[in-house]
Structures are given as structure tokens and as C-alpha cells.
Design a protein around this ligand. Structure first.
Ligand code: ZN
Length: 86
């Protein structure tokens, strides 16, 4: 992506935790995902943040997945597909 604006990075990364939590509004979600597809830098930040959050959440997550956790998982899976097309 050559039309990448780095001013977007800061703005979008500011919404990253909301995005990971599935609390970001759909429009911004889409914008963020589009941006991530073309921005290695932000992808690294996302992956690092997700890993950190997973570590923090892992011990308290219950085996029977509540609805919102499942939704978040789906979001993550979708995103992974999006980021690592095979
Ligand atoms: Zn970026």
C-alpha cells in the first residue's frame, strides 16, 4: 500500500484495545482492518497487544465460553484469516 498515511496509525492504534475487545463500532473496525492489511507496523502492534491480552485473560477464562467471548474469538479468527490468507 503506497497511499498509507501514518497519521492513521496513531489514531487507529488508539482504538486497538476496543477493537480486540469487540467493542469498536463496525465502521471503525472495517477501517482498522483495512489499514492493518497494508500496515506491517500496526499488525505487529496488534499481534503483540492481542498476545498480551490473551496472557492476561487466559487464567480467568472459563471453559464454557460465554457468548461475548465466543464473539471475540470469531473476530480474532476472522482477522487472522484476513491477515494470513493462504
Ligand atoms: Zn499503521
Amino acid at each position: 500500500m503506497t497511499d498509507h498515511l501514518h497519521s492513521n496509525c496513531e489514531r487507529l492504534l488508539g482504538s486497538l484495545s476496543e477493537y480486540i475487545d469487540g467493542e469498536l463500532n463496525p465502521e471503525l473496525c472495517l477501517e482498522l482492518e483495512k489499514h492493518l492489511a497494508g500496515c506491517d507496523n500496526c499488525r505487529v502492534v496488534l499481534n503483540t497487544t492481542r498476545r498480551t491480552i490473551d496472557l492476561v485473560h487466559a487464567p480467568v477464562e472459563k471453559p464454557g465460553l460465554p457468548e461475548d467471548v465466543r464473539e471475540r474469538l470469531f473476530k480474532r479468527l476472522n482477522l487472522d484469516d484476513y491477515l494470513n490468507p493462504e
